[in-house]
Design a binder for this molecule. Structure first.
Ligand code: PEP
Length: 241
């Protein structure tokens, strides 16, 4: 019932070679939703190449005195469909609070963008047994009754360039996704998509995606390698059949 969504987060990297070619793995797919979050510099090119895409962050105001920022509205006007909100890089490096992330989600909805909002605990929080508390704190200000997508990204599983970073096990990820789903309003539980993010790769994608509460992936490092991204898209596509 919930269509798989595979999203590539290119972070602060140029578009992979061949990304804009017809038939690239980043193009819209018949069976599943495929989305890319490039840097602002590649956003227009993605849109022109008919890649479903959006910004990794956008300012909530339409325009104004915000040097260095680009607004969600500008990204929408350019042709973005989605936007990423509250990635752990933004929460960490730019001190975005859960309330600020929620304001981005609300603004995105107002402008007609579909927000994918990232939540997840750090290693320290996990080791202190605070995972549930952290997820509840991050979810509390979100407009959970709206049509949004959540990405559960345990920060300790995000590769940040280290290919040996372990992903969450499929069982552990499933347990966390089930918990997150239980925190959604009752009438959204069967429809809201919850993606897993954190070292998803070709060799673990099928096991993660086959869990009942995992509705797709937010893929960082592997999304920069077209062949690896294609394999993850193929794994999701195969599971829909
Ligand atoms: C991310 O940064 O959103 C991410 C999931 O990265 P990776 O897949 O490289 O762990």
């Amino acid at each position: 019932m919930r269509k798989y969504l595979i999203a590539g987060n290119w972070k602060m990297n140029s578009a992979p070679g061949g990304a804009f070619d017809p038939g690239s793995p980043y193009q819209a797919h018949a069976d599943i939703d495929v989305v890319v979050f490039p840097t602002y510099l590649d956003l227009e090119r993605c849109i022109k190449a008919k890649i479903i895409s959006g910004p990794q962050f956008g300012h909530i105001e339409e325009h104004g005195a915000h040097t260095g920022d680009i607004s969600l509205k500008m990204c929408k006007d350019l042709g973005s469909i989605y936007c990423l909100c509250g990635h752990s890089d933004r929460r960490g490096e730019h001190s975005e609070t859960s309330e600020e992330v929620a304001a981005q989600v609300t603004a995105a909805l107002e402008y007609g963008l579909h927000p994918i909002v990232c939540i997840g605990e750090t290693l320290e929080q996990k080791q202190a047994g605070k995972t549930e508390e952290v997820l509840k704190e991050m979810m509390a200000p979100l407009p959970l009754e709206s049509d949004i997508t959540i990405a559960y990204e345990p920060v300790w599983a995000i590769s940040r360039g280290d290919p040996d970073t372990p992903a969450a096990t499929p069982d552990d990820a499933q347990n966390m996704h089930a918990l997150i789903r239980s925190l959604l309003p009752k009438d959204r539980r069967s429809v809201t998509r919850i993606l897993y993010g954190g070292s998803m790769k070709p060799d673990n994608a099928e096991a993660l995606l086959s869990q009942p509460d995992i509705d797709g992936g937010l893929v960082g490092g592997a999304s920069l390698k077209p062949e690896a991204f294609q394999e993850i898209v193929d794994a999701a596509s195969k599971l829909t059949k």
